[in-house]
Design a protein around this ligand. Sequence first.
Ligand code: FAD
Length: 313
Amino acid sequence: MNALVIAEHDNVSLNISTLHTVTAALQCNTNVHVLVAGYGCDAVAQAAAKISGIGKVLVADAIPFANGLAENVAQQILALALTHTYTHLLAPATVYGKNIMPRVAAMLDVGQISEVTKVVSADIFERPIYAGNAIATVQSLDEIKVLTVRAVNFAAAGMHGNAPVQPIMAAADSGKSLFISRDLATSGRPDLTSARIVVSGGRGLGSSENFRILEPLADELGAALGASRAAVDAGFVANDLQVGQTGKIVGPDLYIAIGISGAIQHLAGMTDSRVIVAINKDPEAPIFAVADYGIVGDLFEVVPDLIRELQCV
Ligand code: FAD
């Protein structure tokens, strides 16, 4: 019996969230397979084969998986699950994994355990509830456990393996969805969810033009840009930058919250950061309660000062 990790990828490269999910999978079952469902995805399969600790890479390379349509990928996972050789099915708790795994759980008629933050044992898991205010310890009595995994809570598996790559028969197109087009935001910055440093701005920035003062700071630090929901709702930045309960969950080494009050829904997305720095003119702002370092001051003075200091280093 094995655990199966669903690889997240774009047919070209393996998303790092897969490596974190493998670590969680290895804590559930020491025998882990990785499924790469894609089209023309050989490079991804070869990369997956290098993940330390896994037993095998299964590759379903077929047109229905070309665009990662959840309905089709779920059919492939279901076909594997019905072989009764899997104890656990795991995917990262990203947009990709969250789109696929509930479909799989429903088709298997089992409960899904979402956003797992700790594997206590093969059937007991921890997951946050109430926007991260409480941690629920849940036990799954289902024969097969369907999990989505919070990447920030598990170290990335190494890339020193040499697992065999096994092509498998691809499941047929579900016929339930059709790919039309994709609009991709391109950025030279690191991916928000895997960045080591995140510079995040809130409503305190005041406008989209002002928000741009964070860019040279992010450039100096090699950081990803993030934002609060208030900044997104006000149109300062696009919503793919949103951090929090209804945005992205981040856990960088350094999170710099600028002009962000620290509402509970924002904290739900960033309190796993190793070091938190807050810049806010209100000394009573709740963000200071979770910050390791706080600067009480006007961000329009503090941020340019910081950039100047960094440029001198
Ligand atoms: P504010 O709370 O308005 O804070 C702005 C801060 O900027 C203040 O602390 C102020 O002192 C400071 N400031 C102003 N001017 C300056 C200056 N010149 N220099 C320094 N500091 C300054 N929010 C999220 O972020 N992410 C989520 O995913 C999310 N999900 C939500 C889900 C639900 C169901 C709900 C109800 C809410 C959600 N929210 C989320 C919204 C959340 O409740 C807050 O409204 C939001 O986080 C506030 O954003 P903010 O801190 O930028 O704005």
